[in-house]
Design a binder for this molecule. Sequence first.
Ligand SMILES: [Zn+2]
Length: 150
Amino acid sequence: MALECCSCNEKGGFLKDALFQKIIGKDYCKDCAAKFVKTALEKIVITTTNNVDGYKVKRYIDIESVEIVVGTGIFSEIGGDISDFFGARSGAFEQKLQKGKKTALNLLRYRAFEKGGNAVIAIDLDYTEFSGNRIGLIANGTVVELEAQD
Ligand SMILES: [Zn+2]
């Protein structure tokens, strides 16, 4: 059975159906799905605090946690001079960590979206060291539905 995009009305078909995505019970073509999710995620509030100014928690939905593993690549690259090792290398590693953090927070946003929440509050970020020069980044948060305070 061919699918139809609920947003642009593009028709699926035998091969195209595989590219369609079901989001909260509706079928989207690949392009509309990407756009829809991006817009939805941008609206999700994320914060380390328990409260958001001007809003109150209408519903506590769930506690979510995501894990990201970041490779340091430090020891595989030993051999350059020592100042380079502590300068450029740590800079590159910081960038990797920043990127990992961004990904973790976006994943939390996505979980909130999937569960019908509009915010993730009380976010906590933790780092753990694994063997093999890898760092685990763990982000926890509470998915909630916020409503504007009157
Ligand atoms: Zn579409």
